[in-house]
Design a protein around this ligand. Structure first.
Ligand code: C2E
Ligand code: CA
Ligand code: CA
Length: 510
């Protein structure tokens, strides 16, 4: 069910940019069509510029060499490849005396009747003579003293340009606006476009002296359809990529929230950390002197032990709010226990190296200093012992007590006791386990106990599981016992019930 739901989210995220694109597509069709038309216009203008420059250069160097008799010399000049370029289709001469020749050989009458140009360097613009079945061609001419030279301009490139990016999408119209040349009119492409209801156009006028030509580029339904096609194609491509990125982003986010750090944060918000209490018993009287509060993570029906998450929580700075949550639960549970019993809370170095513990207790208005006590493990060294000592001293003035946990497992033990002014040690299970064995660490246990007695430390033995261990410890003056021999850690209601049954048993025995 859950899998189906998250599959749905991924699918939804993937589809959302695509749907958005489909919704927006109609609104961008017109701008895209105009953009395509403008780009084509710019392309044509750039081509024109290049072509005109090349034509002018060739024509101007060729022109003064003609004799205008269509003789061998003139033919040589006409056909000289140096004066040819891809923009000239053919060139020809029509002399004042009636001689006519062209690059093709004999003269062809393609040039309209044109007037003399005012100056020798002037060039004119015209078209080939209208003849049935053929399109008029654009030509450049020079006419002086009745002698005409003409160059028919190659238009195939323009045609090809008008076929891209889609055929029949553009229509280009040239019209001359010099007086007397108004009827020079060169349509290129599909002229029907001009009359379409939705047609759009741009004008590309050139103010060049020679070619004062107005060109209008038209586009209509076909370019619009092409734009729609492109929007769909690229839109689908881009929006799919976005969709994939969104889904990947969600996957990363989801994984992060499912990572231990993310899970711990949401567990904190949902107050899923609860204390379990393990009784500590005076083996002489069987009185429950106190409890150690051991954190448990209640996640759904699961109960997660601290070994799985404490170190990580500490490395992520989550242990401070976690302890705060735990302590407020403990403070609420304290009235349910006998008023003589204390509850011991496990700390990390950060609690006392900085004033975290102090801040927490202050916010809670200094709860029950006689009954709320704290344990600092010797396993992980305190890096700033001075600050820790100051904090402990301050809290000591408020009446709070501290114990050294896991005593004997690190190097700090004895120094901590002195520097931190602590009067209670918890002997680690590691040493208790050596009782009744020939383990060398048993001598360490004996040494710890001897030290504790001499220095009048309060001693609590942890992890006591057997009667034999209990007796061994009692014989050596260690009476405060925490371990399975009496009870495992339990939730509050269970531990209260257990306490009643335990007390009843003792009374029956007595
Ligand atoms: P610890 O402070 O040394 O706590 C004693 C651990 O020994 C507890 O394990 C307890 O359940 C277990 N234990 C007690 N008696 C016996 C016994 O007879 N036999 C055996 N086999 N085990 C026994 P737990 O509850 O799993 O806690 C493990 C460690 O997690 C604790 O060791 C402590 O270092 C840490 N821890 C627990 N709660 C907290 C907390 O609220 N804050 C911090 N910072 N650390 C905590
Ligand atoms: Ca402890
Ligand atoms: Ca311990």
């Amino acid at each position: 069910m859950l899998r189906l739901k998250s599959l749905g989210i991924y699918f939804g995220l993937f589809l959302s940019p695509i749907l958005l694109m489909l919704l927006l597509a109609p609104f961008i069709t017109s701008p895209v069509t105009s953009y395509l038309l403008n780009s084509k216009g710019n392309e044509l203008i750039a081509y024109d510029k290049e072509r005109n420059a090349l034509l002018d250069k060739n024509i101007i160097s060729q022109l003064p060499r003609f004799k205008f008799d269509c003789g061998i010399e003139d033919m040589k000049i006409l056909r000289n490849p140096d004066y040819y370029d891809r923009h000239i289709r053919l060139a020809g001469i029509q002399s004042a005396h009636g001689e006519s020749c062209s690059t093709l050989g004999p003269g062809i009458s393609i040039i309209q009747d044109v007037a003399d140009m005012p100056s020798v360097t002037d060039l004119g613009i015209s078209t080939t003579i209208k003849s049935a079945g053929t399109e008029q061609e654009y030509l450049i001419y020079s006419k002086h003293a009745g002698n005409i030279v003409y160059w028919v301009v190659n238009n195939s490139t323009i045609y090809n340009m008008l076929l891209r990016p889609c055929s029949d999408c553009f229509y280009l119209e040239f019209s001359h606006f010099s007086p007397g040349l108004e009827d020079i009119y060169l349509p290129r492409g599909n002229s029907a476009i001009k009359n379409q209801a939705n047609s759009i156009s741009i004008s590309m006028s050139s103010s060049d002296n020679l070619r004062r030509v107005e060109k209008t580029l038209w586009a209509g339904d076909k370019l619009r359809n092409y734009a729609i096609q492109q929007i769909r194609y690229y839109g689908l491509l881009i929006s799919s990529v976005f969709g994939i990125l969104l889904a990947i982003g969600y996957l990363i986010f989801h994984n992060h929230s499912n990572s231990l750090g993310g899970l711990l944060k949401s567990a904190l918000e949902r107050k899923e950390f609860i204390p379990f209490y393990q009784p500590i018993i005076d083996s002489r009287t069987n009185d429950i002197v106190g409890y150690e509060a051991l954190i448990r993570w209640q996640r759904g029906g699961e109960l997660i032990p601290p070994g799985i998450f404490i170190d990580y929580a500490e490395s992520q700075g989550l242990i401070i709010p976690m302890t705060t949550q735990l302590v407020s639960e403990i403070v609420a549970d304290l009235p349910k226990m006998s008023p003589k019993q204390w509850v011991s809370v496990n700390l990390v170095a950060a609690h006392i190296e900085r004033p975290h513990l102090q801040d927490m207790l202050m916010k809670m208005q200094w709860p029950d200093p006689e009954r709320l006590t704290f344990e600092i493990t010797e396993r992980i060294p305190i890096s700033d012992v001075k600050s820790a000592a100051r904090e402990i001293a301050k809290l000591g003035l408020r009446g709070y007590h501290f114990k050294i946990d896991d005593f004997g497992t690190g190097y700090g033990g004895f120094a901590y006791l002195q520097q931190l002014g602590i009067r209670c040690i918890k002997i680690d299970k590691m040493f208790i386990d050596t009782i009744g064995t020939s383990d060398l660490k048993r001598s360490v246990l004996d040494a710890i106990i001897a030290f504790g007695r001499e220095s009048k430390m309060e001693m609590i033995a942890e992890g006591v599981e057997t009667q034999e261990q209990l007796t061994y410890l009692a014989e050596r003056g260690v009476f405060f016992i925490q371990g399975y021999v009496y009870a495992k850690p339990m939730p509050i209601n269970q531990v209260l019930e257990w306490a009643i049954t335990f007390k009843n048993k003792q009374e029956t025995k007595a």
